[in-house]
Design a protein around this ligand. Structure first.
Ligand code: NAP
Length: 218
């Protein structure tokens, strides 16, 4: 399977690339900084330059030619302000979905976030509100697409080692955290389970082995 990962130098993306390459899949990481290419290659993936805030859908569609799946793993990141929540967490996700449709790449897994799907709680900060608004808008756009999409909303991400055990279900799940490595393992399993298409799923640490958790909702 050839899987193109938007935000290819992100922490989840690098873990996913290693996971996919070790199991014999072909991973391609879209990056905007040429200095990140070596890390992507070290993870076993091909690095392709593409700034998702500057590209247009037709050009991205060309990069998706021959792919079997797309994973949206980009994000404006913790230090960014409200405008980049919109230009990355919303607009870059919409761009990838548009490009996937144009390229005829049906399988699309979008990393969203727990908290998306509802208006931001009153009193939350401007940047968090912009983030949740952007993630919600990206989800809403994706559901209108003629794609085999799955929306994955992880809880708070940690860099802890993988536990291999998760809780994965339709919303709402109680708030929780999850190691990025477990998120990567869940995404790899979702790519293998087309029965999870057209589902919005929340993800935290839990008791179920990853394969069983994904199998149970497919
Ligand atoms: N933090 C949390 O607790 C949490 C919880 C739930 C969901 N999430 C979501 O989970 C996803 C992945 O998280 P993560 O921690 O793995 O992310 P991350 O390490 O912050 O990686 C995000 C990647 O997106 C890339 N990116 C940003 N703007 C770009 C652009 N214009 N073109 C191409 N790439 C661009 C960044 O590249 P540069 O290095 O070049 O900027 C970076 O490599 C994100 O969507 C995040 O919102 C996070």
């Amino acid at each position: 399977m050839r899987v193109v990962i938007a935000g290819g130098h992100g922490k989840i993306a690098l873990l996913l690339e290693r996971f996919l390459s070790e199991r014999g899949d072909q991973a391609v990481g879209l990056i905007r900084n040429p200095a990140h290419a070596a890390d992507v290659r070290k993870a076993g993936a091909e690095a392709v330059l593409c700034d998702l805030e500057a590209a247009v859908a037709g050009d991205v569609a060309v990069l998706l030619s021959g792919a079997d799946a797309v994973v949206f793993a980009a994000g404006a990141g913790a230090g960014s302000g409200a405008p980049r929540k919109d230009s990355v967490d919303r607009a870059a996700a919409v761009l990838m979905a548009d490009a996937a449709e144009r390229a005829g790449v049906r399988r699309f897994v979008q990393i969203s976030s727990m908290g998306a799907g509802s208006p931001p709680q009153p009193g939350t900060g401007e940047v968090w509100a912009a983030y949740i608004t952007a993630k919600t808008a990206a989800e809403t756009d994706l559901r209108t697409r003629d794609l085999d999409w799955t929306i994955l909303r992880p809880g708070g991400l940690t860099d802890a080692p993988p536990s291999g055990r998760v809780r994965l279900a339709a919303p709402p799940l109680p708030a929780g955290t999850i190691p990025r490595a477990d998120v990567a393992a869940v995404i790899a399993a979702l790519l293998d389970e087309p029965g999870t298409r057209h589902q919005t799923l929340e993800l935290t640490g839990g008791d179920s082995p990853v394969a069983a958790a994904v199998h149970s909702i497919s």
